[in-house]
Unconditional design. Sequence first.
Length: 533
Amino acid sequence: MVHLPGTADTSTADEDRLAELGYKQDLKREWSLIHNFGASFSIISVITGITTLFQYGLTTGGPGVMSIGWIVVNFFTFFVGLGMAEIVSAVPTSGGPYFWAAVLASEKWGPFCAWVTGWFNLLGQVAVTTGITFGGANLISTLATVKGGYEPTPAKIIGIYAALLFSHAVVNTFGVKILKYLNNVSITLHSVGISCIAIAVLAKAPKLQSAKFVFATFNDSTGDPGWGEIASPAYVAIIGILVAQYTITGYDASAHMSEETKDAARAAPYGVLMSLAVSAFFGFFIMLAFLFSIQDFERTVGSDYAQPVLQIFVDVFGENGAIGLFAVIIICVWHCGLFSLTSNSRMMYGFARDAGLPRWFAHTDQKFQSPIRTIWLSAFLAFCLALPSLGSAVAFAACTSIATIGLYLSYGLPIFLGLLNPTRFKQIKGPFDLGVLSAPVAVVATLWITFITVVFCLPGMYPVSRETLNYTPVAVGIIAVGSIGSWVFWARNWFVGPIREIEAERQGIDINDDEALAEAEKEGVIPHATKQA
């Protein structure tokens, strides 16, 4: 009998495959394909990205860029997803992209590639958690202003943000057994719930905008009015696709959750692709519903609530109805942030297990079966990344750019390495295999990632000042210089890439002793990552 991926009991085969990659089964493997898909689908959370960046989209290109940009971005992003799906099928581990980089690189460059990829993935993971949950804090603060009497300030928003992060960390710490049930709730909310909201908005709207308005209206409000026209329409349109590209991130969660997924070599790649396809469909529907339902463009852009989606709801349903619908969106954003922290903590757990982070963090609590230390590390780092918002008007947009660039660079490096090392890639191919299409897909994916990396480092507002500076290049540059510099000066002396824990224990080597592990690998006692699988 043929089973759908992730539905049959493949625990023995999954554990054997993980052992071939050098690890013991420490995390509980009980997630199905639907749960694996749900983790990525919840983190992509199209309603989160669209709602929190709707203001940015209307001012940076307008409806035409938002609608057409969604189609273009999802088309090219699917190539990235195909490349990732093929790799995760071959290497289904919590380490995700950094592990892939180590396996696909040559023996000489494997540890270096793993080190750099790991740090970019870590930056992207932390930034996407920050973007999601900080966006949720802004939505809550905005909703509180509807009835008056509340004045939002950066300090208040940071306080709400800290409370949300704390709730996510607590649930991830003590509620690991209910995460898959919350996953089901999240899938339902993000599909049925949000679809119902979109349909209701279209049905109830006093008037609907024309197709020309939705697909051809351009707006540039990126500059101070006193500066006049400060950028070409093409420039504004290019940086405006951040709305779509930031929204479609985080689907590496299917890889990071693979050690908790049944039949991971088949379920994880389909989890990646299903989350992309379903998100593209639902996101386009939601985007069009909101754009068609705008009653007054100027009032929506310059909303007294400072939140265009909330303004659309108020115009269509009145304040009481708007509060109810907006609360549903906030609940969706909460679930998105929850699973982003879950994915983030698993990535850090895998990285710490291989000494990319201090191995003290490579700990799984036996009672709760969760990596508690990396859960709270993830929450702490996400909190720190939001602190610049206290003095920056564009901190949120910058954070979304950091998330997008950090994650996509970590996605692209392994795909590029597979392109450079096709012989090695063929040796480790899993059940999901693109065959002759593998190389063309990798080329398109790599070029697209290179393009968006440059685009999202560009200024988004003019004139550039301390308040409007896009600090994305600074954050990305710090990670680039820091990861490469630390490798040159000290990490290369002890970081050996993915550690084959099982072989180390068989040889009586303490896996907490970095120097002993490095020496064992040099002597061939522990095989290099490229000799795994």
